[in-house]
Each structure stands twice: as C-alpha cells, then as structure tokens.
Design a binder for this molecule. Structure first.
Ligand code: CTP
Length: 445
C-alpha cells in the first residue's frame, strides 16, 4: 500500500528549520537493525539534511553500501586505509565536517571501542578523531545490553559527554528474546538529532547562566518494569513525558541534570545525563549514585511490587492447569529512602502523587509519610486523560499549605515547577545573606 502513493513528509515547519542544512555523519554498525538506517536516511534527506555514511564491515552484512549510497547521493566510506579517501577526505575531516555524529545501530562492540578509545577501523577512528560527543543509538540483545561490561562502557560514555537515544524495550529478532535492546524508531532518532542540534545552539547561548546555575538536579521519570519471566513484566502506566519535561526545564534554567528513567518511548533530552534503568531496584541504585544533588524530583511511576521469584525461562501455559499464582514482594520506596537520608539529603526533595480521589488529602498525607518537602499532586482518574496525555492539572503541596495550578501542558507544568525551585533557592540565599550581614553588624556593636 505504502509503495503505491507518495509519502508526504511527516514533519512540521519547526522541525524543518531545526535540522535543515545540517550535516549528519551516520556511522552504521553491524546489527539486524541496520535496515532502519535506510528509512532514517530518507526521512533526513526529506528534511534537507546532508547525510554522509560510514559503514563497518559487519554493517555491510546487513545492508549494502550501494543502497545506502543511492539514498544519500554520496559515496559511502568503509575502509580506513583507502588511499583515495585519505587524499580526498581523511577520517579527521569526515568527523569534523558533521554537525551531529549518529552511531546507529551502536553494537556492544562499537560501544566498547568508543568507551575505550580504540581506533582499529574507519568507524572507530572517525569517532576518536571527532571534536564533538556522538549521539549513540544502541541495539543489541538484552543480555548484552544489561551485562555489567556494557553498562560500564555506557556510563563511561555518558561521563565523556555522549548522548543516547534508546534502546527501546520489546521483542527481539531472536525468538523468545525480549527486553531492552531494540534500536530506537526512526521518529525518535530524528527527534534526538533535532534536540542535539537545538541544544548545541542553546548551549552556546545559555549554558552558564540561569537561576539554577551551579545546581545539580536529579529527576526520576517513566515507569519501572518488574520482570515476571524473560518476556513478561509488571508495570505502572507512565509515558515519562512529565519527568522528561522537568529535566529539560531544569537544564534550560542552567542546572546540571541527571535523569534516571525507566523504559519510555521518548528521546533522551539533549544535554541531560540520562541513566536508563528497568526495575525499581535499579532506579534506587542509580538515584543513590547520582547524589550529591541540590534538588531531587521523583516523578517516576515506580511499581510498588515485584515478583518474589523471577522466572529464568518463559512460564509456559499448561493445558488444564490453573493460572500461576505470583507471589509479590514490596519494592523499595525510592523517594522515601532519599528524603529520609540523614547524610547527603538533597536540600529540596519533591515527590509526585498520582491520586484517583481525595487528591489533596491523600497527597498531603503522602508528603508527611515520605518525608519530602513538596508534593506535586495530580488526579489521574481515567476521565482526566493525564496518563499518557500532554496536559496536566496539578496542586503543589507544601508543609504549610497548597496551591492549585490551572490546567497546563506538561511542558508548562515543568517550567512553572522549575521557577518555584529557583524561587525557593533565591529566598534561601537571601536569608543566608541577611543572616551574614546581621552577624557582621552584631560583631561590630
Ligand atoms: N515512589 C518512589 N518509589 C516507590 C513508589 C513511589 O520513589 N517505590 C515515588 C513516586 O515517584 C512519587 C511518589 O513516590 O514521587 C508517590 O508515588 P505514588 O505512586 O503516588 O504513591 P505510592 O507510594 O505508590 O502510594 P499509593 O500507591 O498508596 O498511592
């Protein structure tokens, strides 16, 4: 069907202007998901983006340089020691000419090479010679992604300034394999490229200013997935839109931001250090490691329970047998754990409360129970459409009262909340200044 009609570009005028005339260097790694790069190149070309491609030897097992070159209208670079390439355009220029370097699919091998500075083929040499952090779109088997070695490499790359988009969670090409490891879909890749170019622009204009300059903000976002067996899990409904918007708004206010997010279908906000987790236990571990922080915002919809005994093999249905009984055990409460810390507690701890009735009453009780400073409470009953939607209607609850905000978009809620955080810190600073002056005056008297 699709082949019969001309596909109109699915983009807005704004997205055209954000990437038009940009140059992308796409480094295609060797994975089954490499085929998605053909679609990606088409969509980028429609947006007026120049795409130059480097393919690893393994990538050429999945798609051919000929088909890539037909779409980019340029030759495809494959060999490090190709005299023509070196005289016409060396690997250093290949990387420096690009506005964004996207590695997709980034295999475990390519990630390991990048993290360790190896340069034994054209792709890794270009990456090592580049003067900008890459955008990395991992794709691999979930077990490879979750291996401590890969996670160590990913953390190293985050620390080195790389940005990540995906991997997404779902079924793998291999039978009976599921989990985090799927290459992000083409729209998410394009959005991440757009954000990367936008954040490069904003980094040039506002990076070292803003009311939260010099503050570290940690945000949790999205759901957690608690595995039952390799293919099934327990989860809460959450798109991660609100948490991601808060991370982006805090960044825009000048903060250094660490976003800890469960499985979501959203691109990583550019300029934010994003740590991907799956379970509540992993989220708590990541939150504790992200400290010290000035502000911590717990926006994630953490699953309250996990199964006591996670199956290592898929639980099979047995004819005539009753459904399996799952024994559940409680998950750690991440917000409460951090808010009640005696040492290293962030100065401002903000929780969210998803309620379906008596919103203020239940949320105020939650504020006390969890020991946080503020609670952002929202009514998530089905008729509000808040879950997964783009709008939110919240009440900001403090120990001494609450205020109800009008219905706003999730981006607007994020900006308003960040303004409140900035105001809180400005007031605290002013009080410290007044106290200092008073002390100095008393001393003189
Ligand atoms: N939260 C958390 N860790 C958990 C559960 C919740 O950090 N294991 C945080 C959420 O991120 C949110 C706040 O606690 O900031 C409240 O979450 P909510 O789901 O509304 O409350 P619960 O603690 O699950 O309480 P209940 O289900 O009884 O409403």
């Amino acid at each position: 069907m699709l082949g019969c009609r001309r596909i109109r570009p699915q983009h807005t005028d704004e997205s055209i202007s954000r990437v038009e005339h940009k140059r992308i260097l796409l480094i295609i790694g060797g994975g089954i998901a490499a085929y998605k790069c053909l679609e990606l190149i088409r969509r980028l070309r429609e947006r007026g983006v120049g795409v130059r491609v480097v393919m690893t030897t393994a990538a050429q097992q999945f798609i051919t340089p000929l088909s890539v070159s037909a779409l980019t209208n340029e030759r495809v670079f494959t060999e490090l020691f190709d005299l023509d390439d070196e005289s016409e355009i060396g690997h250093v220029r290949l990387s420096r000419d690009a506005d964004v370097i996207l590695v997709a699919p980034a295999t475990a091998d390519l990630i390991a090479k990048m993290a360790n500075g190896l340069a034994n083929d054209l792709a890794s040499s270009v990456l090592l010679a580049s003067d900008k952090p890459p955008l990395i779109a991992p794709a691999m088997n979930p077990r490879m992604w979750l291996k401590p070695a890969t996670q160590r490499n990913v953390r190293q790359l985050y620390a080195d300034g790389a940005r990540f988009v995906g991997p997404e969670t779902g079924e793998m090409a291999e039978r009976d394999e599921a989990g985090p490891g799927r290459l992000a879909e083409v729209p998410a890749l394009i959005e991440a490229i757009e954000e990367m170019t936008a954040s490069d622009r904003s980094a040039r204009t506002h990076s070292s200013t803003g009311p939260l300059h010099n503050r570290h903000v940690v945000v949790t976002s999205g759901p957690t997935h608690e595995p039952i067996d390799p293919v099934r899990y327990i989860a809460n409904r959450s798109s991660g839109k609100q948490g991601h918007a808060i991370a982006a708004a805090a960044l825009a206010a000048g903060a250094r931001v660490t976003l800890i997010c469960g499985p979501v279908n959203l691109p990583d906000p550019a300029g934010v250090e994003t740590i991907k987790v799956e379970t509540a236990a992993e989220m708590l571990f990541a939150a504790e490691r992200a400290l010290p922080a000035d502000i911590a915002v717990f926006c994630a919809a953490v699953a309250d329970w996990r199964v006591a005994q996670q199956g290592t093999q898929k639980i099979k249905k047995q004819k005539g047998e009753p459904a399996p009984a799952l024994e559940l055990v409680p998950n750690p409460d991440i917000l409460r754990t951090i808010a009640k810390q005696k040492k290293g507690r962030p100065e401002l701890v903000i929780g969210f409360a998803a309620e379906t009735e008596k919103v203020i009453e239940h949320a105020s009780a939650k504020l006390k129970r969890k020991g946080c400073d503020w609670i952002v409470a929202n009514d998530v009953s089905a008729e509000t459409g808040i879950m997964g939607g783009n709008r939110n209607s919240v009440h900001l609850i403090r120990e001494d009262g609450h205020e109800s905000w009008p219905e706003l978009s999730k981006d607007e809620v994020a900006v308003a909340l960040v303004k409140e955080m900035a105001r809180e810190f400005a007031v605290a600073e002013e009080k410290t200044q007044i106290n200092k002056t008073m002390r100095a005056k008393t001393h003189k008297i």
